[in-house]
Write a protein that binds this ligand. Structure first.
Ligand SMILES: Nc1ncnc2c1ncn2[C@@H]1O[C@H](COP(=O)(O)OP(=O)(O)O)[C@@H](O)[C@H]1O
Ligand SMILES: [Mg+2]
Length: 338
């Protein structure tokens, strides 16, 4: 049994104008110590997926179906009291904005001590010693001094190091990091990402890394999910997907990376933009932007417009695309015919 098993997760927002299906049919597993990336453009449903794992979706949002199992316990039906024992303790979260986690009126030390004492029976002195040790682990300069400082006295990079120290405070099994470096300067982004990777490896902590940055995913994770308009459209080992993407959308994302551009020419952006979730195209949600909707004979593939594609297995990856399914079927028929 995997450490975390997410199965057919369906999250909706009940709005006055109607129900928005933010994520649909999202399934994945995470093994102990494994690092999984979730990528996709803004609005794809990545944050909704992250928040729903710890039942942190607030009204008008709700989990409409599916399950989230952690060590065999079902988190989506667990009591708030039960969940509080898991949140921050067994599974912790890192957000893009450190101020979402840090309390501006408490010193760093006070926040860390409070967090430890809420979950463990220890003295303030013991808690302070653990806090100091974690600050050392995140390689913050003058860690003793930081304990008595307030969040606003620290730089963005230092605040994010503190957030990582807090995420590690109770020796969690999993860290969910939602765009953890997006708000930082590019030079600091790489340092913080390397630190997070290093600490997860050292302590065998599983990581769910949510980002729009394929470069980061390819450096840090072993497996990845690509999300589009609330669905997973491709998933598998990161190396395989980056080297040989199957879904036209994943191919587009990889071609749009700056390193794939010809110097002096425009970046290869995917044409169009992601649809609004309240007004999804029929069939495959990517079809209006897809360059492969036409078959070799020039005819539009009807399934692309009419049916939501299911997953097909190719190599170690699963891909939700009618064209890929057709290519696989053609190959199978050819092999059978020989
Ligand atoms: N509080 C909310 N109220 C209504 N709809 C929401 C809310 N939060 C998210 N959504 C819907 O879910 C979609 C996905 O959001 P999100 O998970 O934040 O995207 P991502 O993190 O991939 O950029 C949004 O485009 C929006 O339609
Ligand atoms: Mg987000």
């Amino acid at each position: 049994m995997a450490l975390l098993e997410v199965s057919q997760l369906d999250v909706r927002f009940a709005l006055r104008q109607g129900e928005v299906k933010a994520i649909r049919d999202v399934s994945f597993t995470l093994e102990r110590g494994e690092r999984l990336g979730i990528v996709g453009e803004s609005g794809a449903g990545k944050s909704v997926a992250a928040f729903s794992l710890l039942n942190l979706i607030s009204k008008p949002g709700f989990i409409a179906g599916g399950s989230i199992r952690f060590e065999g316990q079902t988190l989506n039906t667990m009591s708030e009291r039960g969940l509080r024992k898991i949140r921050g303790n067994r599974i912790s979260m890192i957000f893009q904005d450190p101020m979402m986690t840090l309390n501006p009126v408490l010193s760093i030390g006070e926040q860390m001590v409070e967090c430890l004492k809420a979950h463990r029976r220890i003295s303030s002195r013991e808690a302070r010693a653990i806090a100091l040790d974690k600050l050392r682990q995140v390689q913050i300069p003058s860690p003793e001094k930081r304990l008595d400082q307030y969040p606003h006295e620290l730089s963005g990079g230092m605040r994010q190091r503190i957030i990582i120290a807090i995420a590690l405070l109770l020796d969690p099994d999993i860290i969910i990091a939602d765009e953890p470096t997006t708000a930082l300067d590019v030079t600091i982004q790489a340092e913080i990402m390397a630190l997070l990777l290093d600490l997860c490896e050292q302590h065998n902590v599983g990581l769910i890394l949510i980002t729009h940055d394929l470069g980061v995913v390819s450096q840090v994770t072993q497996r990845m999910l690509v999300m589009y308009a609330g669905r997973v459209i491709e998933q598998g080992p990161t190396r395989e997907i980056i080297n040989d993407p199957q879904h036209p959308y994943t191919q587009g994302l990889i071609n749009a990376l700056p390193q794939m551009a010809t110097p002096g020419e425009k970046l290869n952006q995917i044409r169009g933009s992601m649809p609004s979730l309240s007004n999804l195209p029929s069939g495959c949600a990517f079809h209006p932007r897809c360059d492969f909707i036409k078959r070799a004979d020039g005819q539009t593939r009807p399934a692309c417009v009419e049916q939501v594609p299911g997953f097909v297995q190719t190599g170690n990856c699963q891909v939700a695309c009618h064209m890929v399914a057709e290519l696989l079927e053609d190959r199978r028929l050819k092999e059978e015919g020989q």
